[in-house]
Structure formats: structure tokens, C-alpha cells
Design a protein. Structure first.
Length: 267
């Protein structure tokens, strides 16, 4: 067991697929009651069906909408009485069709900020009063190694850097209140989002400091050459760290951003 989360009530936004689904799976294995929250209700339902805890469920949430986030929070409190863990995983690259544009437009910048930054803030601010009331809470924000340096799509990198800074600011503000807030910066993971990045690079013959990759096979070769440990990361890797940070074993860890990237960035 990574950490004992038995009976803890956990919300995971963006839990329908990819990293979010991996996080839900690991939290479930550690005994948590997991609420899989996503705009993709069918995807969230599919993830929830795979969880072993009969109290776990799925729920619709649009993290760009204040009322939707508040409705989600109220429903979890009504159904379970508390919110112990929030994993802010919901994220996007840009607005619809971003992979067809070489450079981001205003809508890409605006929507990426609304989901990746304001979405984290909205969810955090919605659940924090309940955590303050119980003098207990764990918040884990999913950023990216894109937060560590420029490159790639600037509007995405900027939002993930903002997530790290928000994590530090909020953690400092709540450090004396029994609430821990940390971030995880995933490395190279093959997810539906990564497939879209591949499509974008292929469309415009783009490369970054990582090199070029146009399909999964080339991605695997890139990983072997660029990741010091020589292997890609997985959604379950992120889930395992999220579970630890959400546990009482991490009670003295707050305001930190952890790279899970096979040694790409060491800081």
C-alpha cells in the first residue's frame, strides 16, 4: 500500500481519461471514495465503473463555470459529508482545433487559462471552506514539466507555470490551517492529449528541444533517447504520487511541485 486513504472522500477533476483516470484508479486502490468529475460524463461514468469502492461515483463538472463547480462541491458534501482530497487534474492544450493552427490565437490563450488556471482556482476555492471547517484537507494540482521552461505551445506552458505558482501561494496562505497543497509536474506520457500534440507537430513539421515525433513508435524512441531513465511515465505513476501527497504520511509537505519525468528536470 502506498498510503492509507480508507474512507477519505476524493474529487478528481478531469477523471474521465488519461492521467485523471490513472489517479482515480490509484486512489481507489488505496481505499478512497472517488468522485470522478468531468465534462465528459460518459467517460467519467466509464472510469467510475472500474473502481472497487461502491460509494465511488461520477459527476458532471465544467471547471470554467462557477455554478457548475459549486454544484459539484455541494453535491459531494450532501452525499458524503466532507471533502478530504481534491485533485485538480482537468486541463487542455487550447480551444477546439488548436492542433490545426501553428500558433495559438486569442481563444486558445483564453480557454487554456480558464481551464488550466482559473479551473484550479475555482475548484480550490469551492472546497477550501469545507476543509477549513474540518481543519483537514489535501489538494494536489496537476501541472506539467512544461512549467519548467519555455518551448512548445507558449499559452499552455504559461498556464502550467501559473499552476505551480498558485500552488505555492495557496499553500503558504493555508499552511497553518491543516491543509496541504502540492503540485505534480508529469513528464512524457502517452495520452489522448499527447496524440493531439503529435498531430499538431506533424501538421506543421514542428520540433522542440525534445526532438521530433510523429507517432507512438517515434515517441517511444524519443523517450529512450531523451529521458535519463529511458522510459515513459504513466498515468499510474502520477496517481501513486498523488495518493502519497493526499495521505497523512505527507503531512509536512506543502507548497512543493514534484517532477515525475524520469529525470528530465532535476530541481
Amino acid at each position: 500500500m502506498i498510503a492509507d486513504l480508507t474512507g477519505k472522500i476524493a474529487i478528481v477533476t478531469g477523471g474521465a481519461q488519461g492521467i485523471g483516470a490513472g489517479i482515480c484508479s490509484v486512489l481507489d486502490e488505496q481505499g478512497a471514495v472517488v468522485i470522478v468529475a468531468d465534462k465528459d460524463v460518459l467517460g467519467a461514468k466509464g472510469t467510475a465503473k472500474k473502481l472497487s469502492n461502491p460509494q465511488s461515483s461520477h459527476m458532471h463538472v465544467d471547471v470554467t463555470n462557477d455554478a457548475s463547480v459549486q454544484n459539484m462541491t455541494n453535491a459531494v458534501i450532501s452525499n458524503h459529508g466532507s471533502i478530504d482530497i481534491l485533485v485538480n487534474n482537468a486541463g487542455i492544450i487550447g480551444s477546439d482545433g488548436w492542433w490545426t493552427r501553428e500558433h495559438g490565437n486569442d481563444e486558445d490563450w483564453q480557454l487554456a487559462f480558464e481551464v488550466n488556471v482559473r479551473g484550479v482556482v475555482r475548484c480550490s476555492e469551492a472546497v477550501t471552506p469545507h476543509m477549513l471547517k474540518s481543519k483537514y484537507g489535501k489538494q494536489v494540482n496537476i501541472a506539467s514539466i512544461a512549467a519548467r521552461r519555455g518551448g512548445g505551445l507558449p499559452y499552455y506552458c504559461v498556464t502550467k507555470a501559473a499552476v505551480v505558482n498558485w500552488t505555492q501561494s495557496k499553500a503558504a496562505a493555508l499552511a497553518s490551517s491543516g491543509i496541504n497543497i502540492n503540485a505534480i509536474c508529469p513528464g512524457l506520457i502517452w495520452t489522448p492529449m499527447t496524440e493531439r500534440i503529435v498531430k499538431h507537430r506533424s501538421n506543421f513539421n514542428l520540433s522542440t528541444s525534445m526532438g521530433e515525433f510523429k507517432d507512438k513508435d517515434e515517441f517511444d524512441q524519443l523517450v529512450k533517447g531523451w529521458v535519463p531513465m529511458g522510459r515513459e511515465q504513466t498515468p499510474l505513476d502520477i496517481g501513486k504520487l498523488a495518493a502519497f501527497l493526499a495521505s497523512d504520511d505527507a503531512k509536512n509537505i506543502t507548497g512543493q511541485a514534484f517532477n515525475v519525468d524520469g529525470g528530465i528536470y532535476m530541481n
